[in-house]
Design a protein around this ligand. Structure first.
Ligand SMILES: [Zn+2]
Length: 257
């Protein structure tokens, strides 16, 4: 964590937020363990103290919303005084069977999940992803919505087209709920710089809809290594400006573009 702070200072960041993956109720290779989470909070507090004069540091968390599995965000935030949370969906729960589709691992697992959990029906699977997102916004009200169209990552327009009406209708419905709750939507650059997507999360058509709905935006790199802290950071801001946004907004401050 200290390496990230040092990199942020080197890159002349004025502020930096930690956002590790919250603990999950089942074993996996990428989220914090409950023990790891305690260390994470302790380490962040130590670093906020140590580097507070050089950079504004915030203790956040990327929390997965899985109905029936994940802890209530508000309760979680009360027990651990986090500065902010990002609400994200990496695991899609089938609304009837309760089986869970992991959308963020290797593509083979993505395909297998749709075949086994959604009987190969991508429209139903993608609909479940956005329904779960809407449910998260309505019930958990996260400060920031993480990689809002992550479900497109492995698709590359192969199994469903993001220009189809049913897909755009889901986007519209999701964004309306977000606009009503006042959540910030992130422009997440990770898919582009790690070569997994051709465009950012979210795609330009969705960014334009965010602009029309007056949804506040911020640019995040979703860095998993200190060297990734500013990858496509300027490009992301330039794109927002091109679309018409006049500023970006974090849970703590706004910056003009
Ligand atoms: Zn994520």
């Amino acid at each position: 964590m200290e390496e990230y702070v040092k990199a942020a200072i080197d890159k002349k960041f004025k502020a930096f937020g930690f956002s590790a993956h919250s603990p999950l109720p089942f074993p996996n290779e990428w989220s914090l363990t409950p023990e790891g989470f305690k260390n994470y909070v302790q380490e962040a507090r130590y670093l906020i103290e140590k580097y507070g004069k050089e950079i504004d540091l915030y203790l956040g968390l990327e929390i997965d919303y899985i109905p029936g599995h994940s802890e209530d965000f508000a309760g979680f935030m009360r027990n651990t005084p986090l500065d902010y949370c990002i609400g994200s969906i990496h695991l899609v729960r089938h609304p009837e069977s309760g089986k869970i589709w992991f959308i963020d691992g290797p593509v083979e697992g993505y395909i297998k999940g749709v075949d086994e959990i959604f009987q190969g029906d991508y429209r139903t699977a993608v609909t479940a992803f956005y329904r779960q997102t809407i449910d998260m916004v309505n019930t958990q009200k996260p400060d920031i919505i993480g990689h809002i169209d992550k479900v497109k990552m492995h698709n590359k327009q192969r199994w469903f087209s993001t220009s189809e009406k049913w897909y755009q209708d889901l986007i519209d419905e999701t964004l309306q709920v977000i606009a009503a709750e006042g959540c910030i939507v992130e422009l997440n650059t990770r898919g582009v710089y790690n070569g997994k997507t051709e465009d950012y999360f979210p795609s330009v058509d969705i960014l334009k809809k965010c602009f029309d709905l007056n949804i506040p935006m911020m640019v995040n790199t979703d860095a998993h290594h200190p060297s990734q802290l500013d990858l496509h950071f300027n490009e992301g801001h330039r794109l927002l400006k091109k679309i018409g946004f006049k500023k970006v907004k974090t849970p703590f401050f706004e910056v003009g573009l």
